[in-house]
Design a binder for this molecule. Sequence first.
Ligand SMILES: [Zn+2]
Length: 281
Amino acid sequence: MIGSVMLMAQAPQPATKLRIIAIGAHPDDCDGKFAGTAAKFAKAGHQVKFLSVTNGDAGHQSERGAALAKRRFAETQESARRLGIAEYQVLDNHDGQLLPSLSVREQIIRAIRQWNADIVLAPRTNDYHPDHRYTGVLVQDAAYMVVVPNVVPDVKPLRKNPIFMYYEDNFQEPTPFRPDVAVAIDDVWDLKIAALDAQVSQMYEWLPWVDGRLAEVPADAASRKQWLSKSRTRQISPAVRAALEKRYGAQAQQVQHAEAFKLCEYGRQPSIASLQEMFPK
Ligand SMILES: [Zn+2]
C-alpha cells in the first residue's frame, strides 16, 4: 500500500475539489459498489466519505451484537485506509431492522450537510434486502430536505442541492438499471479488492456461509485474496459496456471491471456531459 500512498501525494490537485458521500446500508456496501471509483476520486484529490446507515450487528453466522459491530467498524476503518478515502462513518442503527423513519432520515440529512456534499450516492429502492431498500428511500427522502432550513435546524442547510446518484444493481423490476456514467476500474481493481479484503467478517465468513460456499474459502491470506478477486469479477452488462464505449471509445472493449451510476431525478440535475466531466476516467 505504500506505493499507492505515494502516488496520491504526487497526484495533481484538481481545480474544483468535489466532496462525495457514498451511503450504504451495511459497513461493506459502499466498498462493493463504489470502491474503485472512490479510489480514483481520492487519487485525484477529491474528498470521499463512506457512510453505513446500520452498524452491521446482524451480519454473521456465529457472532452478533455489539462485539460484531465493533469488529465491523474496525474493518471499515482499515478499508478506508487502504482506499485512501477521507472517512468511513458508521451510524449506530441495528442491522436487519432499518426502517425509513424520521429519526434516521434526520441522521442522513445531518451527514450530507456536515459533509457539504456535491455528490451523494445510494442504492436504488428495489432490492432483496430491506435495509438496502430503505437506505435508498431514506436518501431519496433527504434529497430535497438538505436545503430546507427548518428541517434539522441545528445543522446549517446546504445552499446548493447536491447531485444524487444510484449505484448499479441487477434488479429488473420495476425498471432495469440504466447507467448515466460508467467508470473503468481495471487500474484500481487491486485497491478495490484490498478494501474488500479488509472486510474479513463479510468476504471470508458471512457471505460465503450464506451462499453455502464457506468450504471454498482458502485458508492463507494470499490465496483467499485471489479467490476474492475471482469471485468478485462479474461480467459487464451490455448497458454498462455501451456506457463505457461512450466514454472510452474502442478501449471500452478491453475493460474487465467497471462501476456504473445513474442520476437520481431528485436533487441537482446536471447535464450528462457535465457528469461525465466530474467522474474520474
Ligand atoms: Zn448490504
